[in-house]
Design a protein around this ligand. Structure first.
Ligand SMILES: [Fe+2]
Length: 386
């Protein structure tokens, strides 16, 4: 079987890698980058550090720090204006998934115009777009290495998945030092997101041999380090391992796919403003239990990689131990149910039909080893509420 594999042309990986940003941008032929970030990273001085690095390298950077969590079509308007006003020739996405996804969307709109809804899946976007440099500050989304962006339609509240090489960063800076100040909740949610990427990419119907290896390596690393980083955010070895694992998982799912957890997670985030990693975590144990019997050997590989089963266990035992371990991990990381998160039960129940429809429309459930019916998805949403 022929498969296509794509990843950023250049990855700069390691503590302090951000100090090479100026040279990296120049090497891509750009001189007027727009640094896209959020108010938090502007306020704590991290954006100013990158601006100074680039200015010191002879570039003329501009800063736009108005990214919002779960970026919306409305939020892109002023970013696009800032980009055109500066005459930017490259866009830097600096932050968690939201600033990186925003940067990707702006880079495409800057060249092609139109509305993000024009570019939503199942359309495949081959370009052109301005080059993007992605600099993650969480170890989770993998957006630095994916050919996806997710933008919420301000009118319908739907999270639109947009795909294609046009959204693949030209380069990424993977500097774990940027993650050292993440609080435990964010460490947990982003870490579970990365683990979900790796497991879903491995069990996906669209898995391939190259992404498989990245998935298993990432699963092993996250299993060994996520609880450590959650307990002690200053654990540099754990932070470094999780950062690399998140990028590996990102490369993997960009070339394979995510599946049912992500398909069901996006509508929860859109309607109830639950952070992406957390809505994944709410779903991960139940969706894995639902799916595990349809790809037992694949889930067993994940269990052995995670360290909760051995070669002595048969596949069925190993797969069941994965379900148990994912549940235990989410408990150890204090993942709340939707009820405990504070979502009203009547609102949850009333929104299930819309969430089911949007989950299916995203295409992700069709990649799941066990392809769910609409009733299956509705039952899973109902089951995880409390
Ligand atoms: Fe994700």
């Amino acid at each position: 079987m022929v498969f296509t594999f794509a990843q950023p042309r250049q990855l700069r990986i390691g503590g302090g890698a951000r100090s090479e940003l100026g040279e990296l941008v120049s090497g891509l032929g750009a001189s007027r980058p727009l640094l896209v970030t959020d108010g938090f990273l502007e306020g704590n001085g991290a954006a100013a550090e990158l601006m100074a690095l680039m200015t010191g390298a002879g570039l003329q950077p501009a800063l736009w720090a108005e990214t919002v969590p779960d970026p919306t079509t409305d939020s892109l308007v002023s970013g696009l204006a800032a980009l055109h006003e500066h005459g930017a020739d490259l866009v830097i996405g600096f932050g968690g998934g939201s600033p990186m996804d925003t940067a990707k969307a702006l880079a495409l709109l800057a060249v092609q115009g139109g509305r993000m809804a024009d570019y939503r899946a199942p359309r495949r976007n081959d370009g052109p777009a301005l080059p993007v440099v992605a600099i993650p500050t969480t170890a989770g989304s993998g957006s630095e290495a994916t050919q996806f962006t997710i933008i919420t339609d301000s009118g319908s509240n739907e999270k639109m998945l947009c795909t294609g090489p046009a959204f693949l960063p030209a380069a990424a800076v993977i500097d774990f030092e940027l993650t050292l100040s993440m609080p435990p909740r964010l460490t947990a949610d982003t870490g579970v997101d990365a683990l979900t990427h790796a497991v879903e990419a491995y069990v996906s119907r669209r898995a391939n041999r190259l992404s498989d290896a990245l998935c298993l390596t990432a699963i092993t690393s996250i299993g060994a380090h996520l609880r450590r980083a959650y307990a002690d955010g200053t654990d540099r070895a754990a932070r470094e391992a999780l950062m690399l694992a998140a990028t590996q998982a990102g490369i993997a799912f960009s070339n394979s796919s995510v599946a049912l957890v992500h398909g069901m997670s996006r509508p929860i985030g859109a309607h109830f403003h639950v952070a992406h990693g957390l809505s994944n975590a709410m779903l991960f144990p139940a969706v894995t239990a639902f799916s595990v019997g349809s790809a037992t050997a694949r889930y067993a590989d994940c269990a052995r990689a995670l360290g909760c089963a051995s070669v002595a266990d048969d596949d069925a035992q190993a797969a069941e131990s994965l379900v148990a371990e994912i549940g235990a991990l989410c408990r150890d990381l204090a993942v709340p149910t939707p009820e405990a998160f504070g979502i009203d039960e009547a609102a949850w129940t009333a929104t299930i039909p819309t969430m089911v429809q949007q989950a299916i429309a995203s295409g992700s459930p069709a990649n799941n080893p066990r392809v769910p019916s609409p009733d299956d998805i509705a039952a899973l949403y109902a089951a995880i509420y409390r």
